[in-house]
Write a protein that binds this ligand. Structure first.
Ligand SMILES: C[S@@+](CC[C@H](N)C(=O)[O-])C[C@H]1O[C@@H](n2cnc3c(N)ncnc32)[C@H](O)[C@@H]1O
Length: 567
């Protein structure tokens, strides 16, 4: 394939696209992969390592607003929320709204991702952009590591693999599931070949691409269903198969069952644009949200109308922290150093990494230097992205680069922006390399808290009140709790063993108390009781003190992180 000199540095390219809110529509295409993964984004042209691929575009909102929306969104929407740190505060790109943008359709690959998310500052605002971690061939699926460790599809892929290894021939589906194939391919590659020897996991996406090419039903970005229903349906399918919802709980919309039937019929798992259901499941989603949260939110708090638009509009009306361009801190004048220190990124589940932040600048003579960034995600399944960089962005752009088809404007505008590849930022922000998920990662990503022992002493004070002393200083990332909190009279002095926080508990706490964490404030009993009242199902095994200490621990971890990174 002929190569054309790249006109811009990847950074300028990213900035040009981000500021104009455009994608490389001629270089990328959306394809429906299968009912498990839904859609995915595929390269139509080869990319070089370091190239800017696509922006994860959405609505920039504050962490408070993000938290609020998580409280009302269906979990299938919260997966589109990408929390990140910038200027020592948490922000979120909310891409729940189905639109034409391509970045929101990029799937997770935590084993062999070919891209990495970075924060790019353009015209004073942060953007999340994907850059190639390695050369990418035409036909490959674009992927990145969402971070975190317990995304349901990862488990499901494993389960499927295990199950199909152990099931009888009657039980084993005759054609292995894509996830299984993928897992197998990846395992084999990892076991037998070095990273130099094997292109990083293109095999499955190539297989997929091949299948899709031959079956002709590739969807162009224009053809992609405009509603979020597909991923929703897909998620629902997964939920259903995971037996988490009864048939009463999840109304099986005709489109879903049709799609399921269609999926089963279509062994190649490829659907034409007509075949891909266009159905709007937002109403269903919303219905589900309302069902599940009806006992937790008042009618004022939960929009009664079915659309996400309306939910969002409601959000904006109520105040809260959707940012207009004026509202977003304008920081173009910040010095490079400041930007460096202020960088940091998240996607919706928190994980933080501890590498120093390094910015790079957008100038021809200064190739962007990469530094550790951090991406994190909060929420149910929030992405914990790792915005830092270990790959070389500095490859000579003048050599062997393909043409960026949409770049014309890019070279003209040369904003002063930085690409923050960052990590840094502050305490709270950042993630680090995948390999070195640090304490903060665990703490922020409550769901990721492992099972280290961590004790909380419960002491009785003179006035009869109980106080808890965190003796887990060495592991501030560990959440801990008294399994059963007893009154001081009952216990006198007692030591409770920490119990691992379950995902749903973490999510419940975050839904109500995330702003305390991000602002490093420990909530009082009143606030915690409110949370407990609303989340009485998810938090049925927790008491207010355990929640208080959980929050406190998260704060400690953030502070520690800040200290460690010197920010
Ligand atoms: C940001 S969306 C990506 C686009 C999505 N596939 C779609 O069709 O809308 C994230 C959702 O994609 C699906 N997904 C992402 N990565 C996946 C993977 N590696 N395997 C299976 N499903 C995946 C999950 O359902 C997840 O909730």
């Amino acid at each position: 394939m002929a190569t054309i000199r790249r006109r811009n540095t990847p950074l300028k390219d990213a900035i040009a696209h981000a500021t104009r809110a455009i994608d490389k529509a001629r270089e990328l295409e959306v394809k429906y992969i299968n009912s498990f993964k839904g859609r995915g984004l595929f390269a139509k042209v080869p990319y070089q390592k370091g190239d800017f691929i696509v922006e994860y575009r959405g609505e920039l909102i504050s962490s408070q607003e993000s938290e609020r929306r998580r409280g009302i969104y269906h979990s299938k929407c919260t997966v589109f929320m990408f929390d990140f740190c910038w200027k020592e505060r948490m922000w979120c790109i909310d891409a729940a709204q189905e639109d034409d943008s391509l970045g929101r359709l990029v799937n997770d690959d935590h084993i062999y991702p070919n891209c990495k998310m970075k924060r790019v500052i353009a015209e004073g605002k942060p953007h999340l952009c994907l850059f190639a971690l390695r050369d990418i061939k035409a036909g490959e699926e674009i992927t990145y590591d969402y971070g975190g460790s317990d995304w349901p599809w990862r488990k499901q892929a494993k389960v499927q693999e295990t199950a199909s290894d152990t099931l009888s021939s009657e039980e084993v589906p005759q054609s292995p599931s894509p996830s299984k194939m993928q897992a197998k391919v990846q395992n084999t590659a990892a076991d037998t070949l070095s990273s130099e020897e094997v292109p990083q996991s293109p095999s499955f996406s190539e297989m997929q691409a091949k299948t899709q090419e031959t079956s002709a039903d590739t969807l162009s970005s224009e053809e992609v269903p405009q509603s979020p229903s597909l991923s929703e349906m897909q998620a629902k399918t997964q939920e259903t198969s995971a037996d988490t919802l009864s048939s009463e709980e999840v109304p099986q919309s005709p489109s879903l069952s049709e799609m399921q039937a269609k999926t089963q019929e279509t062994s190649a798992d490829t659907l034409s644009s007509e075949e891909v259901p266009q159905s709007p499941l937002f109403s269903e989603m919303q219905a589900k949200t309302q069902e599940t949260s009806a006992d937790t939110l008042s009618s004022e708090e939960v929009p009664q109308s079915p659309s996400l638009f309306e939910m969002q509009a409601k959000t904006q009306e109520t105040g809260a922290d959707t940012l207009s361009s004026e509202e977003v801190p304008q920081s173009p004048s910040l010095s490079h150093m400041q930007s460096l220190q202020e960088a940091g990124v998240f996607h919706s589940m928190k994980t933080i990494k501890s590498e120093p932040l390094v910015n790079y600048t957008d100038s021809d003579d200064e190739s962007p230097s990469i530094s550790p960034d951090q991406l994190k995600s909060t929420c149910q399944m929030t992405r914990q992205l790792d915005l830092d960089e270990h790959f070389d962005f500095t490859s000579d752009p003048s050599e062997n680069a393909h043409e960026d088809s949409d770049n014309e404007a890019a070279s003209e505008s040369e904003p002063q922006e930085n690409v923050d590849e960052d990590n840094d930022s502050g305490a709270a922000c950042g993630s680090g390399s995948q390999e070195s998920v640090d304490v903060l990662d665990d703490s922020i990503n409550g769901a990721a808290c492992k099972s280290q022992e961590c004790l909380v002493k419960c002491n009785q004070t003179e006035d009869g009140k109980a106080t808890l002393t965190d003796v887990s200083d060495s592991a501030p990332h560990q959440s801990f709790m008294a399994t059963t909190y007893k009154s001081p009279k009952q216990i006198g002095r007692q030591v409770f063993k920490r119990r691992k926080w379950e995902n749903e508990e973490v999510q419940a706490v975050e839904r109500h108390l995330m702003h305390f964490i991000t602002s490093c404030r420990v909530p009082g009993k009143l606030e915690i009781d409110k949370c407990l009242g609303v989340e009485n199902v998810a938090l049925k095994d927790r008491d207010w003190l355990s929640i208080k200490f959980y929050v406190k621990n998260r704060i400690t971890a953030l502070k520690r992180k800040a200290f460690e990174t010197g920010l």
